[in-house]
Design a protein around this ligand. Structure first.
Ligand SMILES: [Zn+2]
Length: 168
């Protein structure tokens, strides 16, 4: 069987299983007892969180490259198996790296995994560019160096405070 068709079927079956898993998780999810409106805190593990966010972008880049490859191959324009394989391996590598880090990073306030979305509608999820939940959170961490925990609403800065109030 053609590798691309096999990859497509695997992706399809994977996404069906993933959506069933999401439904199951949604039923299990309980709101944390912690509440929002607390002052901004420094996130205790900035390096882990920043690396995990960068891995997300790495994974998206590789996935985009892989999809472009499928597109260009199916239209007969151009074909590079090395690039297709490389981007697929890169995607898997970044995803595994991201996932293993994401399960180590917890919100110090509510103890939920900051980058792992356990429900489709987290109470403090932010929307940006059509994305929400963990994807927006990874973007906020990477570009703004601050984020809001999607489970308890606690706001954190990642790394050094960019606008620290000056002592008069
Ligand atoms: Zn939290």
């Amino acid at each position: 069987m053609n590798t691309y068709i096999a990859a497509f079927i695997a992706t399809f079956v994977g996404s069906v299983l993933a959506s069933l898993f999401v439904v199951w998780l949604d039923r299990r999810f309980r709101l944390p007892a912690a509440s929002a409106e607390a002052p901004l805190q420094q996130f205790p593990e900035p390096i882990k969180l920043l690396s995990a966010s960068m891995f997300v972008f790495g994974a998206w880049l590789c996935l985009g490259l892989f999809l472009l490859q499928i597109l260009s191959w199916s239209t007969g324009l151009w074909r590079s198996e090395a690039l297709a394989l490389g981007s697929l391996c890169g995607f898997l590598g970044f995803t595994i790296a991201y996932a293993s880090l994401a399960f180590l990073i917890r919100c110090p306030k509510c103890q939920n995994h900051v980058l792992v979305q356990w429900t489709t509608r987290p109470p403090y999820s932010k929307s940006k560019f059509g994305m929400d939940g963990w994807a927006t959170l990874a973007m906020s961490v990477a570009f703004e160096r601050k984020f809001c925990c999607m489970y308890c609403g606690q706001r954190f800065i990642v790394g050094n405070e960019p606008h620290s109030p000056r002592q008069a």
